[in-house]
Design a protein around this ligand. Sequence first.
Ligand SMILES: N[C@@H](CCC[C@H](N)C(=O)O)C(=O)O
Length: 276
Amino acid sequence: MLLPFTKMQGAGNDFVVIDGVSRAVSLTPEQVRRLADRRFGVGCDQVLVVEPARASGADFGYRIFNADGGEVEQCGNGARCFVRFVRDKGLTAKDEIVVDTRGGRIHPRVSPDGGVSVNMGVPRFLPSEVPFVADTPALVYPLEVEGGAYEVSVLSVGNPHAVMLVPDVDTAPVATLGPRIEHHVRFPNRVNVGFLEIRSATRARLRVWERGVGETLACGSGACAAVVAGRRLGRLGDTVEVAVRGGTLSVAWAGEGEPVWLTGPATTVFEGTIEL
Ligand SMILES: N[C@@H](CCC[C@H](N)C(=O)O)C(=O)O
């Protein structure tokens, strides 16, 4: 199969985006891994497939595959690239679109200044909603990892996240602790792991070990989860600039029961075709 694709990125979180509206596309996990492979394929953190809407009120469906081939529920940076893609390809002329993901309905939009924001929905905190194994809901949970004791906030922003406060992201044990928490037995569906350094009520730094990928240069849902966790702990305000390795994301959350908003860049890098 000769497959046209668009390579995109948002703050260095990179994507191979496929138009599954103009023609039906069905990818096997092996084909996703091949597309994501940085030596034998195109290279990306996630493969995104734009699909026709399947439910009333939606403009499109959005399928997200991690580089390891697994399909997941949510991708915030990808959602911003998604709205840029469907407009650039002439699939819609709308500034704001309604998109159904496996993690729920999201609302990406392009503003008149060209910025791209996404309403990522209302964060969820019940352990069963993440899912996370815990007897009762808590703001932070103790987590034992191979003899070490840590504290994490746990939440879903459509996909599962664990957030740990660290004094300095540059020295945080992302590559060692990240995979251990990702595969921890208390996260039955695995988890994305954020290492959050709070600089002030409005500024934070973040590194994320992404489920199914490893450390990425940015994670939009991870930035949302980190700000929500920091705000619930009383350490962050309602609008926060989050510095990630590939740039800066802005996250706004007005508090419990409110949706979280993610704003940041979304850029096309190149287009091509690949034989799969
Ligand atoms: N990079 C994404 C998150 C992609 C999915 C994640 N790795 C998962 O498995 O849930 C983002 O920008 O949100």
